[in-house]
Each structure stands twice: as structure tokens, then as C-alpha cells.
Design a protein around this ligand. Structure first.
Ligand code: PLP
Length: 461
């Protein structure tokens, strides 16, 4: 295989390393290989969810159990998990409070299409923690975003939405777009490459502009056709892109000025602080979305909204002809999800847990920085609370800049090398999460393995 050449890495050494690591993986994962072969008879691609093939391993790794940061596969190999289910398990695998909530709630009725007793109390807790008065629940962050966007169009009576180029808000059709290269600051979009089976042009009612470009945002909003700007406060799905000083405040000011709802998606940036990123910085959203880890890994998502948005929603409901709203799924707000959400608020998203997560992530971030500096690699580390990411160049300011830094063959080689040494990283770019039970000892294992990797493939930059 040919490996791309860039300064700092010896591509021949990289190619030799990958061949060896593939062999080591196969030798240590014979039972996973056997299960992969028999699973292929009944599951598309051999897995129950196609993203499980995104790990750059010769075949999927089958998990026997996961607890805290510890994952054990069916061959008995143990791993320190920095992927943590790509955020679903950000607070550790099977936290005791969630396991307890599941056992208790699971014994008294799982789903009834009626509100559980705890709902009134939980509404108060959501409002207290995240600062918005009204709430709805869904099963996934995708569905929360989809609902938030539908409500935004209905409430404002406007047809279009604005996203940042390179965003990801789940598999919500109208957000699966990229900015047109020659129209970047004017907002034009095209469907993302690779979409399967779409029934319409998903880009038809979506504008996209570069992150950190307030002038481009203003240009689009000034046309008066935008219902909502949906954004992560820190882009986390195209590498990590931090907001410039004052950029988010400017978004708030511009959306208010143009009557556009600001939807903040904190599905990943819940790593920032108890209450999320925008709450910690006193930024107000009109609609606030979160999923994945919000109920400790149990399928659950929420969206909260202001009294003004709630008033608009009531008006829409009053004025419509009746019939199906086009939103909602049968199992949303089931008793298990409600119980886990409450347990997560009460016992897991505590200031003490956030402090541990942040201290560990800061330790890891500094260690990575030292490692790259020692090898004169011009790489950066970005962090948003317990979530961090390293990239192969200077910190990017836009999604497109971040995309240019991607180096897939190097990323894959790093992931495989670390996996073979008992450390799991997210299969997409170089993201790491520190849970409340991740320690500096775990971080040191990652740093040690990465140092060995760089020692083997690094050439002086
Ligand atoms: C910011 C953001 N929002 C929403 C989602 C969708 O989450 P889910 O796949 O759980 O629906 C993701 C998934 O990665 C995400 O990163």
C-alpha cells in the first residue's frame, strides 16, 4: 500500500508498521474473526449497525463486556477506552447509577405512552440545570434536531435553515450538506457526497457558511428567509474547530437582530461543563439540543426551549388543521429513558465528576502537546472540557480548514497501533474523551503508546 507523504512521518516506515500491526491484530483476535464470519451470514456487512465497520481493523472487534473505561473483547483482550461509544458512554460504561436506574425502572413498566410519575420533577431539574423553561424528549439527538428544525420553521414561518460548513447534527436530511466552494460566503449548498437513497434534494432549503465567519452569517440572515441557525458551539465532527473569541456572542446578536432562532446542539459539547458549553458562558439559545450521554448512555435525547418559542409552538398547534405533526416516535420518553436521565442529572453530571474529567483531559492534552513538541511535529491539540482532539497542523478556524488537515492513512495506523496496545480511540479522526473514571495512569498508557508509534514512524520535521 502507498502511504501519503507529508513532513514529519516516514511513509515507508508507516507502511511496514501497518502490515505488521494488521498481522498482530489477526493473531490476537481469532474469536472476533470467527464471530465476524458467522455474523456476516445474517447482518449487513456482518454488523447490526453499519458504522460498526468504521474501525480500521481487518474485521470488527466483538465486545464481551464494558465497565467504566475498561472494555474486554471476546478474545479476552482488555482496552482502556477513550472512544467511549463516540460520546454515548462519556460518563463511563454502565455507570452504577444508570445500571441501578435501569434495574428499578425496568421492573415497573418500560413504556406506556403515558407520562411517568417522575416527569414533573424531572422537568424542574432539566430547567434548573440547563436554564430553559420548556422541554421535549426524543430517543436520539438526530431526532431532537429534526424536531427542533421543524418547530423552528413552523414557529417563524420561514423555509430555510443555516448551518456551518462541515457540521454534523445526526442524520437529519437537511443538515447533510456542504457549502458550494465558489459561493462560500453566500450560503449555497450541495448534498454531502455519499448519501444513500434520498428522496429529494436535501440541500434545497439549507444555506451553509464557514464557522467563525460572522460576516457570511449576516449576509445569509439578512435575506429574511432563515428560520434557524443550528450549530455546535465548538465544531466537533470535522476534527475540532474552536470558536474565535466573541464569535458565538456575535451569532446570538445576529440571530436576534434578524428574527432567527438559534439552535445550539450540545450533543458533544456536554463535555464542557455541568449544564453544557453555552450555559457555562452565559450564552442564550432559543432551542437547546442534547443526546448521547445525557442519560448515561441509555438512548435518550432532549430539546429545551424558551417561553417565546413555547408560545409560538402553542400558536402553531392552535392554528393547524389537526392530524399528524410529523414529529415523535413511539418509544420516546419511555420510563427507562426518564429514569436514566434523572439519575444522570442527580448523580453523574456533578461538579465533582466534571472536575475529574477536565483535570484528566488537561493532563492528556498537555502530554500530547509535549510529545509533539519533542518531535518537532507542527501538530495541535484542541480541547473542550473532557473532549480533546489532535490534528496534523495548526488549529483550524473553519470546517474546510480542518478537513484539509485530515490524514486518513496516518490516523488509521495510529488507531490500529494503539488498539493493539490496549488503547481505543474513536475511529473518526483523533478524538479522545476522559470519563469520571479515566485517570492519569490511563492517559499515560495512551501517551506511551503514541510515543512508541512516533518513534517508529517519525522523521524529524
Ligand atoms: C453534534 C451532534 N449532534 C447530533 C448527533 C446525532 O446523534 P445520534 O446519532 O445519537 O442521533 C451527533 C452524532 O454524532 C452529533 O455529533
Amino acid at each position: 500500500m502507498n502511504y501519503s507523504r507529508r513532513p514529519g512521518i516516514d511513509s515507508e516506515a508507516l507502511s511496514r508498521l501497518v502490515a505488521r500491526e494488521v498481522g498482530s491484530f489477526r493473531a490476537a483476535h481469532r474469536e472476533s474473526a470467527r464471530l465476524a464470519q458467522s455474523s456476516a451470514a445474517h447482518w449487513l456487512g456482518g454488523v447490526p449497525m453499519h458504522w460498526m465497520r468504521d474501525w480500521n481493523t481487518p474485521h470488527p472487534l466483538f465486545v464481551r463486556r464494558a465497565q467504566g473505561v475498561d472494555v474486554e473483547d471476546v478474545d479476552g483482550n482488555r482496552y482502556i477506552d477513550f472512544c467511549l461509544g463516540d460520546t454515548g458512554a462519556m460518563f463511563g460504561h454502565s455507570p452504577p447509577a444508570i445500571a441501578r436506574a435501569l434495574a428499578e425502572a425496568g421492573a415497573s413498566g418500560i413504556t406506556a405512552m403515558l407520562p411517568a410519575e417522575r416527569v414533573a420533577r424531572l422537568g424542574e431539574k432539566l430547567s434548573g440545570l440547563f436554564g430553559l423553561p420548556f422541554w421535549q424528549m426524543t430517543q436520539t439527538a438526530t431526532d431532537a434536531n429534526r424536531s427542533a428544525l421543524r418547530w423552528a420553521r413552523a414557529v417563524t414561518g420561514r423555509p430555510r435553515i443555516l448551518v456551518f460548513d462541515g457540521c454534523y447534527h445526526g442524520t437529519v436530511d437537511e443538515t447533510l450538506v456542504r457549502a458550494l466552494p465558489d459561493l462560500k460566503d453566500k450560503g449555497g449548498t450541495r448534498a454531502r457526497a455519499g448519501l444513500i437513497g434520498t428522496s429529494h434534494d436535501v440541500s434545497a432549503a439549507t444555506d451553509a457558511v464557514p464557522f467563525n465567519d460572522a460576516a457570511a452569517v449576516e449576509k445569509v440572515l439578512a435575506r429574511g428567509r432563515t428560520a434557524a441557525l443550528i450549530a455546535e458551539p465548538v465544531m466537533t465532527n470535522i476534527g475540532m474547530v474552536l470558536p474565535d473569541e466573541g464569535f458565538l456572542e456575535r451569532m446570538r446578536e445576529l440571530t436576534r437582530r434578524h428574527g432567527v432562532l438559534l439552535i445550539i446542539d450540545e450533543t458533544h459539547t456536554l463535555s464542557s461543563a455541568r449544564g453544557g458549553y453555552v450555559r457555562a458562558r452565559n450564552l442564550e439559545s432559543d432551542i437547546w439540543v442534547c443526546g448521547k450521554a445525557i442519560a448515561g448512555g441509555m438512548p435518550c435525547a432532549v430539546f429545551g426551549f424558551t417561553a417565546a418559542v413555547e408560545e409560538g409552538m402553542r400558536r402553531v398547534q392552535r392554528d393547524r388543521a389537526g392530524g399528524h405533526s410529523g414529529m415523535g416516535t413511539t418509544l420516546s420518553a419511555n420510563a427507562l429513558a426518564l429514569a436514566c436521565l434523572e439519575a444522570c442529572i442527580d448523580e453523574i453530571m456533578t461538579p465533582a465528576n466534571y472536575q475529574v474529567m477536565h483535570e484528566c483531559a488537561a493532563y492528556l492534552s498537555e502530554g500530547l502537546g509535549r510529545l509533539f513538541a519533542a518531535r518537532e511535529l507542527p501538530w495541535h491539540v484542541s480541547r473542550v472540557g473532557a473532549r480533546l482532539e489532535f490534528g496534523f497542523g495548526k488549529p483550524p478556524r473553519t470546517g474546510a480548514e480542518s478537513e484539509l488537515l485530515a490524514w486518513p492513512d496516518l490516523e488509521h495506523a495510529i488507531h490500529l497501533f494503539l488498539l493493539n496496545r490496549g488503547v481505543l480511540l474513536t475511529p473518526f479522526h483523533n478524538m479522545m474523551l476522559c470519563s469520571p473514571v479515566t485517570t492519569t495512569v490511563h492517559a499515560d498508557r495512551l501517551l506511551q503508546a503514541l510515543q512508541e508509534f512516533l518513534h517508529e514512524v517519525g522523521s524529524r520535521a
